[in-house]
Design a protein around this ligand. Structure first.
Ligand SMILES: Nc1nc2c(ncn2[C@@H]2O[C@H](COP(=O)(O)OP(=O)(O)OP(=O)(O)O)[C@@H](O)[C@H]2O)c(=O)[nH]1
Length: 557
């Protein structure tokens, strides 16, 4: 984060702290006056419950703004009032016993704790570096002293769509370059002597060691020194490319995350959201619970962080209400509450929450907790919506995306393209090299598409060796060029099995989306174009219904 941005965030946090202090001061003043009144009259007309709620709020929020001692004192006083408000007695003698001198004195000293300044709120950990820079081509750094091996590995990985840069040792590797990389591949012996310094750097991406000796002691040593992975020679490049791909997508998932925060306390809401946003997460603030259903449909978060008591609304009831809708049954709801009572927490969870964070939470803890929970939510979501072999969208979901994109194109008069891809003579690959190798080829094409297409493009596995992609806001000419590149690059990837290297080609049929009445018709048209490409000799792109050439000199049908 730049110094300027740091200063901005610090200024905003300081402003929120001031607002909190002002609000808390007037609340404490009211509390003290109310308790003095109750004590003097010996009659409680609901003021003690209000005082309990006020102390409960302070106990949960003060620590967030750096007033730890205030939060703790408020919690102690809240605990004194708790048996009274849970019981059914409010005789004069009980009130006087409750609001004794000691209690009143402690209430009176709360506001002094607000003037102490206490500790500054902790600053969240820095956002993780994004694994993929720009549109495509994740950067892989190869740190290998043997220049021949380095060149071989770099060339092979480049055909899988990675941008590869080689370095003979860690000293020649600039920090700036390191920060742009998604993965470092490093000779294991070099890692043992130089790697610890590298992995300790903040900007260092995952380090995968490459070695020729694979045993428990060697792996343990590398793990102990901070390596993230190990691959043994001779290298199977498609397997390695897939492994790198997995590391990259895991890393991206950890950083990203969409959170809705529901809290009726404006300062807390602002503070939490600032902390998460600065940590790289996308946040939607909801202060009024009635706005939650609309925000959910629009923002589609990974998780909800929700206060438990918001005026007349209860967070647990809201959680239960959300589960009425099948769409939100799997949504992760995390309660943020100053309630420490275990029975209460279990009860809240049984009503539809998934987890409990007890307030006050430090900024750092909040960010880490939200990241981990978003990551888990995404992993679970992936299991349901993603194809397990390729990690791409499953058949029904990618089809849905086509239909959605078709409606969007019609509404906004925009142009998009849908394309169907199919590996050529794939049965032969399976028959010759086995199903496992066939799977690697399928993954190879999936990874290539991920690298070559834009982040906004939708990619799905439509069938066994068939893929469907949607290219939104894309002219037919641009789509043709992009997909031709995919064909060329697929053909360049060298797969190996049983000591033999082989290459696989892909055929593609494409169609404009908005020219059809329904999205399904556009898929059908792309499929027909694919069929024609297969009849016309495979390995290329055919546009539905156009007399365009496919870049290989052949006439597309
Ligand atoms: N390894 C592997 N093979 C699969 C998978 N799904 C489908 N297949 C195989 O893909 C092959 C598809 O073969 P065909 O439909 O005959 O087509 P083709 O051999 O690719 O020939 P053309 O499409 O005409 O170029 C079949 O052998 C399927 O068993 C999978 O998940 N993994």
């Amino acid at each position: 984060m730049s110094d300027q941005k740091n200063a901005d965030v610090a200024r905003k946090l300081a402003l929120l702290k001031t607002r909190f202090r002002e609000k808390a001061l007037s609340e404490l003043e009211l509390l003290e006056t109310a308790m003095s009144g109750v004590r003097a009259a010996g009659i409680d007309s609901g003021e003690v419950v209000a005082a309990y709620q006020s102390l409960h709020r302070l106990a949960g929020s003060a620590g967030t703004f750096g007033y730890d001692r205030l939060g703790k004192s408020a919690r102690d006083l809240e605990q004194i009032l708790k048996p009274y408000i849970e019981g059914d007695h409010s005789s004069r003698s009980e009130i006087l016993h409750l609001l004794n001198d000691d209690f009143m004195q402690r209430v009176g000293s709360l506001s002094a704790l607000l003037c102490e300044g206490d500790i500054e709120p902790s600053w969240p950990v820095a956002p993780p570096e994004k694994g993929v820079k720009g549109v495509a081509e994740p950067v892989v750094l190869v740190v290998e002293p043997d220049s021949v091996k380095a060149a071989e590995l770099s060339g092979a990985l480049a055909t899988h769509g990675f941008a590869v840069y080689g370095f003979p040792d860690t000293h020649s590797l600039p920090d700036k370059t390191l920060a742009t990389a998604s993965v470092v591949l490093m000779r294991d012996t070099l890692f043992v002597s130089e790697g610890a310094g590298l992995s300790a750097k903040d900007e260092c991406p995952p380090i995968v060691c490459v070695g020729s000796v694979d045993g428990f002691p060697e792996r343990y040593r590398l793990a102990d020194l901070g390596a993230d992975g190990f691959v043994c020679e001779p290298l199977d490049v498609p397997v390695l490319a897939d492994y790198i791909e997995r590391l990259i997508s895991e890393r991206l998932d950890v950083g990203a995350g969409r959170v809705i925060i529901v809290d009726d306390d404006a300062e807390l809401l602002e503070h939490y959201s600032l902390v998460l946003e600065e940590g790289g997460m996308a946040v939607r603030k909801v202060q009024s619970p009635s706005e939650l259903p609309g925000a959910l449909s629009e923002f589609r978060p990974d998780i909800i962080l929700m206060d438990v008591q918001m005026g007349s609304y209860s967070g647990t009831t809201l959680a239960r209400m959300l589960r009425f809708d099948p769409e939100w049954v799997g949504l992760h709801i995390i309660f943020l509450s100053s309630e420490e009572d275990r029975d209460f927490q279990v009860d809240a969870l049984s009503k539809g929450g998934d987890d409990f964070l007890t307030k006050p939470v430090s900024d750092d803890f909040l960010l880490r907790a939200a990241r981990v929970r978003c990551y888990r939510a995404r992993q679970l979501d992936k299991l349901a919506s993603r194809d397990s072999l390729t990690g791409l969208l499953k058949h029904s979901l990618v089809k849905q995306e086509v239909i959605k994109e078709h409606a969007r194109c019609r509404r906004l008069s925009q142009k998009s393209v849908v394309a169907m891809l199919d590996l050529d003579h794939f049965k032969r690959v399976n028959d010759t090299y086995g199903h496992r190798t066939g799977d690697l080829v399928i993954k190879g094409l999936a990874n290539l598409l991920r690298h070559r297409l834009r982040k906004t493009d939708v990619i799905g596995r439509y069938g066994g060796e068939e893929f469907l992609v949607v290219l939104p806001d894309c002219s037919i000419g641009d789509a043709l060029r992009t997909l031709q590149t995919v064909c060329e690059q697929m053909n360049r990837i060298g797969f190996s099995s049983r000591g033999e290297e082989f290459h696989v080609t892909v055929s593609i049929g494409m169609a404009t989306l908005e020219t059809f009445d329904r999205g399904e018709d556009a898929i059908e048209a792309a499929d027909q174009a694919l069929y024609r490409r297969k009849s016309a000799g495979r390995n290329g792109v055919t546009v539905f219904g156009a007399g365009q050439t496919d870049g290989t000199g052949r006439e597309a049908v």
